[in-house]
Design a protein. Structure first.
Length: 277
């Protein structure tokens, strides 16, 4: 009888402990799930380009000029000109053309959300199809909104997507700061293969918080830049940033192997730009 009582006691303790462990595990999983839901990013701004004509002036402005933009670029960026920036059939088209404008031989557009929308932390998604051809330099990127007061690179730059036409099927994600930038050759950057960027739309994303910045292609991370928690020289990305869309022509990088004049006009088509926090 004592033998059976002992077995029963052992079994009772075992099942009671297993039940307690299961309950604790369930509570932990629920807590993790709740935390995950609490931190799920929500859409706070977007342009779906479901209209016609010029880009929405409540969301976009234009950088204008032909000063080379610090990169010896060959185009003149026009202001609110449907020859270079037009919305239709559900897409934004930024069009680079071979045409003389003031002191330049090409025109294009550089659209900005500066003064209309900027963000500290979150994720930006840009779904786009890229122009093809040597001499093109399309980009979707961000700059610190304080650029007019502190200058570049102190304001910080995040290149969500850059592509140069002489390097087909490749995109580049990068960050630039006072400590890390292309002038010094210290920028944090990575090249990645992309399939059919000229005939298919892809989603170019960057998500960042106080700890790190993650670059993604079609939802898959390919570059992570950690916050070293030193100074703003390394990490100026706690301050608000605005979005830029442009197609440059030539320049120090885009024109490194010349410009194929036979390809123009070329266009970057954008399905949407979305920001989540």
């Amino acid at each position: 009888m004592k033998k059976y009582s002992l077995v029963f006691l052992v079994l009772f303790c075992y099942f009671h402990q297993s039940k307690a462990q299961l309950k604790a595990l369930t509570q932990r999983n629920n807590a993790v799930s709740k935390k995950s839901k609490e931190h799920k990013l929500k859409l706070v701004w977007s342009d779906e380009f479901n209209y016609k004509g010029l880009p929405d002036s409540t969301k976009w402005g234009f950088d204008v000029g032909g000063n080379g933009w610090g990169n010896n670029e060959a185009q003149f960026y026009t202001k609110a000109d449907t020859n270079n920036a037009i919305v239709g059939k559900g897409f934004l088209s930024i069009i680079a053309r071979k045409e003389k404008y003031e002191n330049k031989e090409y025109t294009s557009a550089r659209m900005i959300t500066k003064g209309k929308a900027d963000w500290s932390f979150g994720r930006v998604d840009i779904r786009a199809k890229l122009p093809k051809g040597r001499g093109t330099w399309p980009a979707g990127w961000m700059l610190g909104s304080n650029i007019n007061t502190v200058g570049w690179p102190q304001c910080g730059e995040v290149d969500v997507m850059e592509h140069v036409g002489y390097d087909p099927d490749t995109i580049v994600g990068s960050i630039h700061s006072t400590a890390y930038n292309h002038v010094k050759g210290t920028q944090k950057t990575k090249r990645i293969f992309i399939k059919n960027p000229y005939t298919e739309f892809h989603i170019y994303s960057c998500e960042w918080n106080t700890e790190k910045m993650v670059f993604l292609l079609d939802g898959t991370p390919y570059l992570t830049v950690p916050n070293e928690h030193k100074t703003e020289k390394e990490w100026p990305f706690n301050d608000p940033m605005f979005v830029i869309l442009n197609v440059a022509v030539g320049g120090n990088w885009g024109g490194k192997k010349g410009i194929d004049e036979s390809i123009f006009p070329v266009r970057m088509e954008v399905d949407y730009v979305r920001f989540f926090q």
